[in-house]
Design a protein around this ligand. Sequence first.
Ligand SMILES: Nc1nc2c(ncn2[C@@H]2O[C@H](COP(=O)(O)OP(=O)(O)OP(=O)(O)O)[C@@H](O)[C@H]2O)c(=O)[nH]1
Ligand SMILES: [Mg+2]
Length: 420
Amino acid sequence: MEIVSEQAETYTEALRRLKDKFGGRFVEMQHQKIRLKGFLGLFGREGVEVKGYIRDYAAGFASSPQGSYSLTPGISLPQGRPQTKVGSFDEEKEKFLASAKKDPALQVILSEVKDIRKQLEKNTGGRAPSPAHETLDRLADALALNDFSHAYIKHITERVKKEITLEELDNYEEVEEQVVDWIGESLQIYNEEAFHLKPRVLVLIGPTGVGKTTTIAKLAAMYNIGNSVSRPLSVRLINIDNYRIGAKQQLETYSSIMDIPLSNINSHEELRKTIALYSGEAELILVDTIGKSPQDGVELAKMKQLLSACGSQAEAHLALTATTKASDIKDLLQQFEPFGYRSVIVTKLDETSRVGNVLSALWEKGKAVSYITDGQTVPVDIKKASVIPFLTNLEGFRINRERIENRFPGVDAEKINWRQ
Ligand SMILES: Nc1nc2c(ncn2[C@@H]2O[C@H](COP(=O)(O)OP(=O)(O)OP(=O)(O)O)[C@@H](O)[C@H]2O)c(=O)[nH]1
Ligand SMILES: [Mg+2]
């Protein structure tokens, strides 16, 4: 019996090469993770080695290392069968079924198998049941517990099936750790360093009541006061929400407490002039907007027209609450698309212990997150976004904080000291 093996970056690739070389004669015995050698011994990377043997045609079905070869577990081929060459699986199946027709004992077994299959199809609504591993079931349950979307759960479980060997699948803790990394990798963090224009014009848009004005006040304080990782900036506030009783007063109160200049704007022209005026003296201009129903296309179009006065370099950020369900977040991400927002601010993270909804929607729409807010207190309940608070919020997953901090390095918002 000839033993053969092939190494490649993935299991599928190694198997494909063996099948290309030996076709249906190759029988897999085992596969394992290995370290592939790189150029001159450098740049080694992870790979897979698949090992097996070449079926011995001359001996017919006789020689598997484990013992006799059978097409169906538990059913051995009839004895005394003429020794012929082995064809494809389908050919062999046909031959087997033909011979089974003449064998009353096998007829009984086949009819029982058909009954079981019918029953299974009935129980799964006509779909063929997919064999699942306990680890996959546990993972899917843990993800569902965190309100991850169906699409996200499918993506993760498919990835596990593709990239994790059967042997590794038996170790739930290791698979869980890998999945936590994948969840962290799926979250894009907005890189504000990429936009170092002076002044930076940051416009906050979003549905009503999500915490836009509170967040504007927190941002104003955060950048105006400065902290251990960023120096104080010269900040200006602009409010275009002048119509609603209380809305104007809300930002005015914050502006006077923090002693940050504020302008209330009524028109496109006024907004353009104010931005031009502030541009000479400010490093950061924060623009608060009126909460809009995403269903009201006319109002959204009016606001978009008004905001065009901020200039094409302005950064729009879409504020959304962490308590919104994944499908609604996805809709909002789509409905506010005409504003060309660069990033999402996730508010009210303190009001939920589940973040799978947010992570799924952001991943599905390919959006980055810039800030998170987690309380009503100005200025402390805001942080620059990082992967860590999302991962530490995962329920039912064991999180090793030190490990994920090393895995996703960056500014740890919780360790920032405020200057005042
Ligand atoms: N728990 C919690 N509440 C928050 C947070 N941010 C804002 N809020 C509260 O949410 C409510 C609405 O906040 P606003 O800042 O007025 O929301 P808005 O988006 O400006 O609302 P509109 O201008 O009416 O569209 C207030 O009671 C805030 O205190 C947060 O991070 N956590
Ligand atoms: Mg407001």
